[in-house]
Design a protein. Structure first.
Length: 276
């Protein structure tokens, strides 16, 4: 594989209008892309995440794949406008026709590759299934296929941890005065008894594109049953990578390895004409 790690990458910020408020978007563009029209990689962040918390990963991914990379803050997160509503229990199912649809419309995105971390991976699955004819590939990082006891116990521990002022300050650094809403949206949704039996199975069955499922061996929010179930129920070619000694944030804990896995995955399917 060609080494593009030193290739120049430019980044551009935008705000796009939606019915609920403005969404913050950042786009990374390879300066010397061989195929400027290749489908972009769209990143969907986790429950406490935002564009800034992807850190150096999008630029590294852009340089390695020579594709545009696009990330956005969902309403209520990061630099997007506040969300004044309680997060509905259907929030994962809703994303393809809400924030993600607004992004596609505003930026004129036709075909795409969806990449999501944690709950963003669940949303990426829904996007891949909802827009099956337009989705060229799907990558999940530490995604959940169901709400298992390990998921809930990890959230209970995190909820207690964020009672400390210094931990709340970390959230406020990225979400400002929306930090309390962000934390509550995560903990009170996943710990809601009505959400206990949530499952991704029906959405997985709608996925027909090639998929790469990445999961950390020591993920504190999901056992290895999670990636096993994701791969089992997909209706397209799927490959699973379990990363030894990695926890819930593989793209931060082992960025180079994740970039390599994604780059090889895309290059392999490009050769077989899955991707445009």
């Amino acid at each position: 594989m060609t080494d593009f790690t030193s290739s120049p990458v430019t980044a551009h910020d935008d705000l796009i209008d939606t019915q609920g408020g403005r969404l913050f978007v950042r786009r990374w563009q390879p300066a010397n892309a061989v195929n400027a029209d290749a489908s972009p990689i769209v990143l969907l962040h986790d429950s406490l995440g935002c564009v800034a918390l992807w850190r150096s990963f999008p630029a590294a991914l852009c340089a390695a794949t020579q594709r545009r990379v696009i990330a956005y803050d969902r309403l209520g997160f990061g630099r997007s406008d506040a969300n004044h509503d309680t997060l509905p229990l259907t929030f994962i199912d809703d994303e393809p026709t809400q924030g993600f649809a607004a992004l596609r419309n505003a930026l004129g995105i036709n075909r795409f590759i969806a990449l999501g971390h944690s709950v963003g991976g669940c949303m990426a699955v829904h996007c891949a299934g909802t827009y099956a004819e337009a989705c060229d590939g799907l990558i999940t990082l530490s995604a959940q296929a169901f709400n298992e006891p390990r998921t809930r116990s990890g959230i209970v521990e995190a909820k207690a941890l964020f009672q400390a002022p210094e931990q709340r300050a970390k959230l406020e650094k990225y979400h400002g005065d929306k930090a309390r809403w962000v934390l509550t949206a995560w903990t009170e949704t996943w710990l809601n008894p009505a959400f206990k039996h949530w499952s991704l199975t029906s959405a997985l069955e709608q996925v027909t594109c090639p998929s790469l499922v990445i999961h950390g061996e020591k993920d504190e929010y999901g056992s290895l049953r999670q990636p096993e179930r994701i791969v089992r129920y997909m209706n397209g070619p799927a490959h699973c990578e379990i990363l030894p000694n990695i926890h819930h944030v593989p793209h931060r804990e082992s960025e180079a390895r994740v970039v390599e896995l994604v780059s090889v995955f895309i290059a392999r399917h490009e050769r077989f004409a899955y991707f445009i």
